[in-house]
Design a protein. Structure first.
Length: 419
């Protein structure tokens, strides 16, 4: 019996070491070429074991991704217990800085956050509960800070917790695409200082003359009418719609042109007649998505940059109600494309930079109007708003009944730009 106990313990220890070996080998592959482009056989080869040997520890790639994230978060929890003090309430910048220094953390976490938004994903329920736990923790932190007068009593602890959790996720994604423009830890530290003020606190800037010239145009791009007859254009539109649904549910790498052709009900040659490659199809789909969002956002002319910003939650509500598929495909693909070799990586990197530039210009125009309080920095507010919107959409995909993207954006903008 004594020998048997030792043998079982030895086998358990070997299994633990082998699992760690597999996870260590998987991390650099999940960073580049990325989660979808990496197979279980790739991971087994990198770990120096056979494919059947790997399957004795992990039955699917999803399990490996989830195990890596759980390992990161367990280490984070231990570090927080050892290094953070009670008086450090709401100071999450140190955790964010540590996360950024962990090889692969931002890429792996962002991949799982996007991948698991599909209700069919095996990690969906785990991530749904994780986000609920994080929001609850942040709500408790805000309530504790209010009890010590570190945060104004006029702030809603639940809403602040939702928005902080969402913006943190969004900032990490932005940092992967534009590391020279976004630093998650710095943004969190700045946010902590801002929320110590009462809502709508601060002196407004003095308005300048001719401020309308500072408002950047937010017009949808001109529609490109595909050549050919109406039947061909309708088929092209159907291909884009079906590809969008497949990319959202299966991911870009795991969706073949053959699968798309079968879904649409056309031959592969007909599919290639409209799109020369899967990369061309992906780019056309993303451009069409942005054009649709731009059309939804185009409303009656507004008199100021502040009014334009305050109108954004209306577009968010419309998107959630009328085009949830657009949100799904964006969240999945933007998370999948963080790998530098992904065919959509450059598209998302350019889109992030363009969004930051546009919203920075809008907040600067709002400052020129005297609507943005003097203690708020337009570049920080732009990055926070873009990150918050992206993060809220991810949270909404995990909890469509509990998260109201439009209401949370409205509350944030009412704080930043007092009416």
């Amino acid at each position: 019996m004594h020998m048997t106990t030792h043998a079982v313990a030895a086998r358990s220890a070997r299994g633990t070491r082998r699992r760690a070996q597999i996870l260590d080998a998987a991390v650099p592959l999940l960073v580049d070429p990325g989660y979808r482009a990496t197979s279980l056989r790739d991971i087994a080869a990198a770990a120096g074991i056979t494919h059947p040997g790997l399957l004795r520890h992990f039955r699917a790639k999803d399990e490996i991704l989830l195990a890596i994230v759980e390992r990161y978060e367990e280490a984070n929890a231990r570090w927080a217990r050892e290094h953070l003090r009670a008086e450090d309430g709401l100071d999450f910048s140190r955790i964010a800085r540590r996360n950024a220094a962990l090889p692969g953390y931002l890429e792996v976490f962002s991949a799982l956050a996007g991948e698991a938004t599909s209700a069919r994903h095996p990690a969906h329920e785990h991530m749904r509960e994780r986000y609920r736990g994080i929001r609850s923790t942040f709500e408790e932190e805000f309530a504790r800070a209010q009890a010590t007068d570190a945060v104004g009593a006029d702030r809603d602890a639940f809403g602040e917790g939702v928005r902080l959790a969402s913006a943190w996720d969004g900032l990490q994604l932005l940092e992967l695409y534009a590391p020279d423009l976004v630093d998650t830890a710095t943004a969190l530290a700045r946010h902590r200082e801002l929320i110590r003020r009462p809502r709508a606190a601060g002196e407004p800037r003095a308005a300048r003359d001719e401020v309308a010239r500072g408002i950047p145009p937010l017009r949808p791009p001109a529609d490109e009418v595909p050549p050919g007859y109406a039947v061909g254009r309708a088929r092209r539109e159907r291909i884009l719609n079906d590809a969008r649904a497949l990319f959202a549910s299966e991911g870009y790498a795991d969706t073949s042109m053959r699968t798309i052709a079968e879904r649409v009900g056309v031959s592969k040659s007909s599919l290639f007649h409209h799109f020369a490659s899967k990369e061309d199809l992906l780019r056309a789909m993303l451009v069409a998505r942005d054009a649709e969002i731009a059309r939804r956002a185009t409303r009656s002319p507004v008199s100021s940059a502040a009014a334009m910003l305050h109108d954004l939650p209306i577009g968010a509500a419309d998107n959630a109600a009328e085009a949830p598929g657009l949100i799904e495909v964006y969240c999945v693909l933007s998370s999948e494309a963080v790998a530098a070799r992904h065919p959509a990586h450059d598209y998302f990197a350019e889109r992030v930079r363009g969004s930051l530039e546009t919203f920075t210009a809008l907040f600067r125009a709002a400052a020129d109007e005297g609507a943005l309080p003097a203690h708020r920095d337009p570049a920080h507010e732009a990055a926070w708003l873009v990150a918050l919107w992206d993060g809220l959409q991810i949270q909404w995909l995990y909890d469509r009944d509990g998260i109201d993207v439009s209401a949370q954006l409205r509350s944030h903008l009412d704080d930043v730009l007092p009416r």
